[in-house]
Design a protein around this ligand. Structure first.
Ligand SMILES: [Zn+2]
Length: 332
């Protein structure tokens, strides 16, 4: 366990800073293939052994073991592959084609390496903040099949494990991680055209946002300038996503970051920052927006993975498109 923690600490550092990448590549890959246990925080509740390598937490079944950390919360200590059995069908519909689920499994497995944190009592939380995990009830035969078919496979960039990201639908072009998050550019997360996600119900969307809601949300910033009259893009990144928006009021304007605007409007209302049209109605009551995609758009486009799988492409083809320059490999 100590060796795994040491390795993952190095992996995390390498992912955070290219300057430490050499340290990661010097680590013994066997530590990963040994697949020691992962720690998933379940929270407060009642945990009981249930036999055959399982336990129950608040009445739900989980694989692996459990322990209580300081403060009394329950942590699920589980083999990474068994954890993925539950994650893959929660992060992607288990009814989707096998190649898409297998690409998801490789992404999810690689993501785990980014999140291990030996300074905490757990590595991951079981929600969208990391990856959705709900124990045995979340599993499905197709999900287990995708995990088993890719057993041990991880996404690499050279000697490093890749930083993976994925979102529902890119709307036609994935986003550069540096543009989405203001982070250091990553060679394989620079954004690529995607022609495979047109089947998504969110490939194109429209939304109507009451101006009063925006005025209320940005009341402090707008207060010197009077009533809100228009909303305009203020800078677009190479993928077509809006970097910032200008809120035009009677006597001046305020510029807000795209992500701030999306949260204000509601992330399920403005489903992405790939906003193609903004128009305020003549009565100054509503902002009408049109756009494409759902989510941040960085990394694998899940609906695109589905489209590629339906077109007969493999999981490796999918990962090669969305993470160009990376390779899929196992640590043996
Ligand atoms: Zn796409």
């Amino acid at each position: 366990m100590t060796s795994r923690r040491a390795f993952l600490a190095i992996a995390g550092a390498a992912l955070a800073s290219p300057g430490t990448a050499r340290a990661q590549s010097d680590a013994d890959p066997a530590m990963i293939s040994a697949y020691p246990a992962l720690r998933v925080l379940l929270g407060f509740g009642n945990a009981q052994p249930a036999g055959r390598g399982t336990f129950t937490f608040n009445g739900n079944g989980y694989r692996g073991d459990f322990r209580r950390i300081a403060g009394g919360e329950v942590v699920n200590v589980i083999d990474i592959e068994q954890y993925l059995y539950s994650v893959v069908p929660r992060e992607m519909s288990p009814g989707w084609p096998a190649a898409a689920l297998e690409a998801q499994a490789v992404c999810a497995r690689t993501y785990v390496l980014q999140r291990s944190n030996p300074k905490r009592d757990y590595d991951l939380v079981p929600s969208e903040l990391d990856q959705v995990y709900s124990g045995i009830a979340g599993e499905s035969p197709a999900g287990r099949g995708a995990v088993d078919a890719t057993a041990g496979q991880l996404l690499r960039y050279g000697n490093l494990y890749a930083t993976v990201a994925y979102s529902s639908c890119c709307g036609g072009h994935t986003e550069a991680s540096a543009d989405a998050w203001g982070s250091t550019p990553v060679p394989y997360l620079g954004g690529v055209p995607c022609s495979y996600c047109t089947g998504s119900p969110n490939y194109r969307w429209s939304a109507t946002i009451p101006l009063a809601d925006l005025e209320q949300h940005f009341a402090e910033q707008l207060s010197p300038f009077g009533a809100l009259r228009d909303v305009r893009p203020a800078g677009v990144d190479p993928s077509g996503r809006v970097r910032a928006l200008e809120l035009v009021a009677d006597h001046g304007s305020v510029t807000v970051k795209g992500s701030t605007f999306r949260i204000a409007a509601g992330p399920r209302v403005v489903r992405s920052l790939l906003i193609t049209r903004l128009r305020v109605d003549s009565g100054l009551e509503s902002l009408f927006a049109e756009g494409g995609g759902l989510g941040h758009g960085v990394g694998m486009c899940q609906w695109g993975a589905r489209g590629m799988a339906l077109a007969g492409r493999s999981a490796r083809d999918i990962l090669a498109l969305y993470f160009p320059g990376t390779q899929v490999s196992t640590d043996d």
